[in-house]
Write a protein of this length. Structure first.
Lengths: 423, 177
């Protein structure tokens, strides 16, 4: 018999799905859909309002964040524009989208590349995204902000400071408690330079910059590391009040694409660069599969979830990285089923949640695993939703009230749903 | 004042002109759309491809406009195809059809624009990937060596000429370089 949803965590085993389990899951999923009844497919909306209807349910690659007042904000891409929409009822209804960039840009929108949005405590709406400039992997890191509560936005600015027509993509944005705004991305300026000199350069590099005035201006670009993988999102988490930890896919020994972690300071000081996962994924290819990371309650420790098809680990993994020891522990295989991918982690109190996508040949399953003790043990996998249509990577976000799922789907539209407070 | 007759005549003329322009335009547009050799890759496509190569070996290369290492592989495949136009090569882009023009432009850079290639025609990419190989995680480039009996070997990452030669020894005759 399956454990009920309220049952205490007692093991970290992952049960194979039985037909009985499937029935229970379908039942849970149907309840889930009924609860998020407002989510509406874009197809339905376009039937009502026409093909050009701009909506959070039609937009591509959305990101979500709460402001300090509990208002939910979502940024998404539609027809070469970034839009922002907000919700005062946790995603049941949304405001009319506001266009962020007036001039159209070839804004990247895919699982690994999406607009990022953060709301500062003073209400400033801060946004970054990547704009593609050619079909040869070139792009610009763009940033803008609104100081009137998201009604209007400054003209977007380019943040990479090299003025080179090369790759600057896969941006990530993070605001520390002390008010330092970190923007990090994958950069190909060093690769270009190396190739010009006739030297090989595996992959790309990780760069970042910091703004100490909420994006009015940014400091210089700093290089974190050479030879990163060139096509995976970067995960960010706080480190103290002032600094951040970042986790990215790095190339080791020219051939292995595992993960590295580093601590970045607002002054450009980079410390603790260490290999954080040892999966031995020998691959000269684009995994398009970035990691997820949140700060653990234990000092200087980080929860990580990632994907690998390496010699040592194949599938989705969870592990806890300890900065002091410079090693990962509590590593568990979350899902090694073919088709499983794109994990996202979030934490609320003692509860740690991990979602990812599975695929069984017919439908995509949105999978969830819960830990109530900081990743020491995990309850068995729950299937939250299932769809036989296209869907984005699932994302988890948290605030001081709980953990929420943000997931763009063709079938249900944009799904936003509280997952914590296990009922 | 212009009489009704003239107005009608004018209206008739501009209507004919409009239809003419429309016919010309649609012919032109449909011609330009069909000017490339890209086929829609749907749930049936891989079975159809295998049927076309019944009893014969072939190589499959999957790529995307977003994948930098894929360009290295496309270059090699373009060279091989140039040396041996009959090389049994199936090239599939995992990008959506919205990116068709860009895909064609890239294929042309490697002299692959004149061969029949495929492009994912369904936003539900997981399903299409599964139809090729349930064990493939979506990393690119991804390739397959199908033997006569359609047993196959898979490979993730850029193919090298040596790999193509070695893997192809049993059933594929590869042009030498």
């Amino acid at each position: 018999m399956l454990p009920t949803r309220g049952q205490a965590v007692h093991s970290m085993r992952i049960f194979p799905m039985t037909s009985k389990a499937l029935v229970v899951i379908v039942f849970i999923a149907s309840g889930f859909i009924a609860q998020s009844a407002v989510a509406e497919s874009c197809a339905n909306l376009q039937e009502q309002f026409g093909d050009k209807h701009v909506s959070v349910h039609c937009g591509k690659a959305p990101s979500a964040v709460f402001d300090t007042q509990g208002r939910l904000w979502v940024a998404f891409v539609q027809n070469k524009h970034v839009y922002v929409s907000h919700s005062d009822d946790a995603g049941k209804s949304f405001s009319s989208p506001v266009q962020v960039n007036k001039a159209p840009e070839d804004t990247e929108f895919n699982g690994e590349n999406r607009p990022k949005i953060i709301i500062a405590s003073g209400g400033e709406v801060l946004l970054s995204w990547t704009t593609k400039t050619s079909s040869n992997f070139t792009g610009l890191i763009r940033f803008t902000r609104s100081v009137d509560g998201g009604m209007s936005f400054d003209a977007p600015r380019t943040i990479n400071d090299d003025e080179l027509d090369t790759g600057h993509r896969f941006d990530s944005l993070f605001l520390t408690d002390s008010g330092n705004l970190y923007l990090t991305w994958i950069d190909k300026r060093d690769m270009e330079k190396s190739l010009e000199q006739g030297n090989e350069y595996p992959g790309a590099a990780i760069y970042y910059t910091v703004s100490k005035n909420l994006g009015m201006s940014f400091g210089p670009n700093h290089r974190v590391a050479h030879n990163s993988c060139e096509c995976c999102r970067i995960a960010m988490a706080p480190h103290g009040d002032d600094k951040v930890a970042i986790l990215w896919r790095q190339i080791y020994n020219k051939q292995i694409r595992d993960h590295a972690l580093a601590i970045l300071s607002p002054e450009g000081e980079i410390t603790d660069i260490k290999r954080a996962t040892v999966d031995d994924w020998y691959i000269n290819a684009c995994p398009h599969h970035g990691p997820s990371m949140v700060q653990a309650k234990q000092e200087k420790q980080y929860h990580m979830a990632w994907f690998s098809a390496g010699d040592l680990h194949k599938g989705i993994y969870y592990g806890r990285y300890d900065l002091a020891k410079a090693e990962s522990s509590q590593i568990i295989e979350v899902d090694a089923t073919p088709g499983a991918g794109h994990p996202s982690l979030a934490q609320y109190g003692d509860e740690l949640l991990l979602v990812w996508k599975g695929f069984n040949g017919v439908s995509t399953q949105l999978q969830l695993m819960r830990s109530r003790n900081g990743g020491e043990s995990w309850a068995s996998t729950e299937t939250l939703l299932s769809t036989e249509q296209a869907s984005d990577h699932p994302l988890l976000i948290s605030n001081d009230a709980g953990i929420y799922l943000s997931w763009s789907t063709e079938e249900y539209g944009y799904v936003f749903k509280e997952l914590s407070h296990d009922k | 004042m212009i009489s009704n007759g003239i107005v009608n005549k004018k209206a008739h003329f501009s209507k004919s002109l409009a239809i003419g322009v429309a016919i010309f335009y649609s012919t032109f547009v449909s011609l330009t759309v069909r000017a490339d050799n890209i086929q829609n890759f749907n749930m049936q496509s891989f079975e159809q491809i295998k049927a076309q190569y019944e009893g014969k070996p072939f190589v499959v290369s999957l790529w995307s406009i977003h994948c930098a290492p894929c360009r290295v592989e496309l270059k090699l495949l373009g060279e091989i195809k140039k040396t041996d136009p009959d090389f049994p090569l199936v090239v599939i882009s995992t990008d959506s059809l919205e990116n068709r023009e860009e895909a064609v432009e890239i294929l042309a850079n490697y002299d692959l624009q004149n061969i029949k290639t495929w492009m994912f025609a369904d936003a539900f990419v997981e399903r299409l990937r599964f139809s090729v190989d349930p064990l493939w995680h979506g990393e690119l480039p991804r390739s397959y060596f199908f033997n006569d009996d359609h047993s196959f070997e898979s490979h993730s990452g850029v193919l090298t000429r040596t790999q193509l030669n070695q893997r192809g020894q049993s059933s594929l005759i590869l042009p030498n370089q």
